[in-house]
Design a binder for this molecule. Structure first.
Ligand SMILES: Nc1ncnc2c1ncn2[C@@H]1O[C@H](COP(=O)(O)OP(=O)(O)OP(=O)(O)O)[C@@H](O)[C@H]1O
Length: 664
């Protein structure tokens, strides 16, 4: 037999089209050119984590790696798309073939492909947290609970307990005993509801978000062949925002990279703000233990902000009990001192923000160069009224999601049952729109349809009452039409919206606005290739409500951004206003008794401050108005002592008292 010796390909011989060395600093370059073995990139805000990931994707592809062998896991799908768009911009279209998305998306993809191995059909549906709570409620109500003397947890609390137990890998019993001691008397019942909830999901072919992670973990952990096939495909695994992952996601990262062991995790422990979803920033500390031979690379130079903004950020972090080994610095300009603006009341605060935004526009900033950030979605309501009056266009992120609105959920429920006729929660929604049908009748119809009849002809049920027979016939006709239109998402959606318009008009006073939303939804549905894809992507990646609003209105100026701090993660603007910076809001009143939660509030403020590139204004009203009455409020304890050297106080003066509208 003849022997031929294959020589190792000389990677150094690749000539790169991008001059990585000039575009990156030393630490970034080290991370980008790292090829084999695990790496943990520990980096402060604005130090170029995203940039490093983008250049690493480009470099690996330039090196000859097949893009489909790179797995890029990010916090939102939008983030993955954006990174791959930028990578393909700096290199070429090959980068778009990189497998990118969130853990949930990727797991759902694996599970759809291997559904039979876990006893599910491949058309299982994913339920969002609201539907999951409804399912918990349903199983709770089915249990004939004896009359209780002591308080029992609400459906949302139960769901939250179950989800925490899974994400943090703590048994329900232990979690309740430690964190909800007031409910320990009901522990057996809570465990029973948990078991029944799992059973409900299996019988009805639905999965909640947590199932996607758990079932993928179990599938890969218990099935060596499949794990090897899947992990062999992942020559390189990269995980962004590692500080906001949980123990389960760490385990999945390890399973995904179990063949090649080339995993890069990127994160900033000081920006961990999702512990309420089970995220644990200690995951970052545990990374080197989980991945043997980890190389740790630190990014410390900030490129985003002026030094004066960073001085405030560094000072904010000092408020945390858990001290961070971080001092952000930059070679950028020193910049203006960030302002601390005290307004007499909320309306003055809004007037200040709106007027200042217009001033900035006059100075040449686009509206979209500016963001207004706040702790809770409701904190911007007053400002929104003022912006509307002044005709300043804005988009708002982080409030209610489009798919959380009742009218959208109603429409989607019709499509969900079409895809998965066993989805009881959606059937209930569909049937209970009809006059005369309550939960009991809805469940009877569901049971009948699933044992004897065709689920899509509910009007044939033997004991369907005359009261609602005509409506049931209309529903059956709708399903028949939808089946005929199979393959055209837009036409199917249009059919449901026309069927639903009668109910919308009957249920909601503001039905014209809601119908307009739905029409816009029909217009944009063409981007989805199938109904399955539409339902799944909307569950995993809900559209922001105001994205629909802005699609509907045709403003030609790119709008100002209003966002909760949570939704501002990873983004940056030239000007940032942080409003309602009050004790009780930031930090939240609910966090005050728990040092761990208080630390998370500090990190939240840190995230807000580090979004600003050039100008930062922190504002608060001296008088807080609420439906319970007005009261004098205190600025956030985190900013109160920062001092004038770092945060310059601003005083607002009315025009008639002084010719200058605003005085420093
Ligand atoms: N080496 C560099 N040279 C020039 N600009 C850079 C460099 N690295 C990063 N930047 C710029 O700094 C800003 C922040 O970078 P990036 O968004 O990648 O940081 P990040 O670490 O992901 O931030 P955060 O975690 O706070 O969201 C961006 O505008 C980016 O283009």
């Amino acid at each position: 037999m003849k022997k031929f010796v294959l020589s190792k390909d000389d990677k150094s011989a690749v000539s790169y089209s991008i001059s990585y060395e000039n575009l990156l600093n030393e630490a970034q370059f080290e991370a980008v050119t790292h090829v084999d073995g695990p790496v943990l990139l520990v980096a402060g805000a604005g130090t170029g984590k995203t940039r490093t990931l983008i250049y690493r994707v480009a470099r690996l592809v330039e090196n000859g790696t097949d893009p489909s062998e790179i797995l890029l896991l990010t916090f939102t799908r939008r983030a993955a798309h954006e990174m791959l768009r930028r990578a393909s911009h700096i290199l070429d279209e090959r980068c778009r073939r990189v497998e990118g998305g969130t853990f949930h998306h990727y797991c759902s993809k694996i599970l759809h492909r291997h559904a039979e191995s876990i006893g599910y059909p491949d058309n299982f549906t994913i339920i969002d947290s609201q539907d999951a709570m409804e399912a918990v409620n349903l199983v709770r109500n089915r249990l004939d609970l004896p009359k209780r003397k002591s308080r029992f947890p609400k459906k949302s609390t139960l769901y939250f307990m179950f989800s925490s137990s899974i994400n943090r890998q703590i048994p329900v019993r232990e979690l309740v005993e430690n964190e909800y001691p007031q409910f320990t008397v009901h522990i057996d019942l809570i465990e029973e509801i948990y078991a029944k909830y799992q059973e409900y999901k299996e019988l009805n072919y639905v999965m909640d978000f947590d199932d996607l992670l758990v079932k993928t973990r179990d599938l890969l952990r218990d099935n060596d062949d499949l794990r090897n096939v899947i992990a062999s495909r992942h020559r390189y695994v990269m995980v962004d925002e590692y500080q906001d992952t949980n123990a389960l996601q760490a385990e999945l990262t390890s399973l995904f990279s179990s063949v090649h062991h080339n995993v890069m995790a990127v994160g900033d422990d000081a920006q961990s703000i999702y512990s309420f979803r089970g995220a644990d920033h200690k995951n970052m500390l545990a990374f080197p233990e989980l991945f043997e031979g980890t190389k740790v690379i630190k990014l410390e130079e900030n490129y985003r902000s002026t030094q004066r903004i960073l001085d405030v950020a560094n000072r904010v972090l000092e408020e945390a009990e858990e001290k961070f080994d971080k001092q952000l610095y930059t070679k950028n300009e020193e910049g203006d001192l960030p302002g601390l603006v005290k307004a007499a009341n909320m309306n003055d605060q809004s007037r200040f923000v709106a007027q200042m935004i217009l001033n900035l526009r006059e100075q040449g900033y686009e509206l979209s160069d500016t963001a207004v950030l706040f702790r809770n979605g409701r904190d911007s309501f007053d400002l929104e009224v003022v912006l509307n009056n002044k005709n300043i266009p804005y988009v708002k992120y982080g409030g209610q999601k489009f798919t959380e609105a009742a009218h959208v959920k109603d429409v989607l429920a019709h499509l969900r049952v079409l895809l998965n006729p066993k989805d009881l929660i959606s059937w209930n929604r569909v049937l209970m729109l009809i006059d005369g049908i309550g939960p009991k009748t809805a469940e009877d119809l569901f049971q009948w349809a699933h044992t004897r009849g065709n689920p899509f002809e509910p009007d044939r049920a033997p004991n369907a009452s005359e009261k609602y027979l005509v409506q049931l016939k209309a529903l059956s006709e709708l399903f028949a039409k939808l089946k005929k239109l199979d393959g055209s998402v837009t036409e199917q959606l249009q059919e449901v919206v026309s069927y639903y318009s009668v109910f919308c008009r009957k249920q909601f006073d503001d039905y014209p606005k809601r119908m307009k939303d739905l029409e816009t939804f029909v217009d944009i549905s063409g981007t989805y290739q199938s109904l399955n894809q539409l339902i799944e992507q909307l569950a995993l990646d809900p559209i922001e409500a105001t994205v629909i609003d802005t699609e509907a209105s045709e403003k030609d100026e790119s709008p100002l951004v209003l966002s909760t701090i949570h939704s501002s993660k990873g983004l940056e603007w030239r000007n940032v206003f942080l409003i309602q910076c009050l004790d009780g809001i930031l930090p939240s009143g609910y966090a005050m008794d728990d040092p761990r939660q208080m630390d998370e509030e500090v990190r939240l403020l840190y995230v807000a401050v580090t979004r600003a590139k050039e100008n930062l204004f922190i504002t608060y009203p001296a008088l807080f108005q609420s439906r319970y009455g007005d009261y004098f409020s205190q600025p956030s304890r985190f900013i109160e002592d920062i001092g004038e050297r770092l945060l310059e106080p601003w005083l607002l003066v009315e025009e008639h008292e002084n010719n200058n509208l605003l005085e420093e």
